[in-house]
Design a protein around this ligand. Structure first.
Ligand SMILES: [Zn+2]
Length: 139
């Protein structure tokens, strides 16, 4: 994964806010943002942000053979989450979770995490990942 700095700068708010499209005809919320609804084909869509929504883990896979540059972080967990209110589905890294405690249905929240570094440009990449919502003691 390599981005030019200008492209990354232009698109950073989309990454960091989880910009999505809400279709005003069929009501679906689609991530990433699209100007045409992938469900009904309507162009009647508005921008919404999913960054403040918690999400439920629908399915996941654990990758033990991480690629070059990710050796320190394995295993890598990739999941499909569904936001609780918008019901948008997002493919994302799952972080801060014990593999033994990983199961579908757990509630997650988005968090900005350092994902890697481009050796050529020195650009540090951050990604929105999802982590389990910590249960507060006594609540
Ligand atoms: Zn639609």
């Amino acid at each position: 994964m390599r981005y030019s700095i200008p492209r990354f700068w232009r698109e950073r708010l989309n990454y960091y806010r989880l910009k999505a499209a809400k279709c005003l005809d069929c009501g679906r919320v689609l991530y990433p943002y699209t100007s045409v609804c992938r469900v009904c084909g309507s162009r009647n869509v508005v921008e919404v942000e999913l960054i403040n929504e918690k999400a439920r883990l629908l399915t996941y896979t654990v990758i033990y053979t991480a690629g070059e540059g990710f050796e320190q972080k394995r295993p890598v967990v990739i999941g499909i989450v569904e936001t609780l209110e918008s019901k948008a589905r997002i493919l994302a890294r799952i972080t801060d979770v014990d593999i033994e405690e990983l199961k579908t249905g757990i509630i997650l929240e988005p968090v900005l995490r350092r994902a890697g570094e481009d050796g050529e440009t020195g650009l540090i990449h951050y990604l929105i990942m999802y982590r389990p919502v910590l249960e507060k003691a006594g609540s």
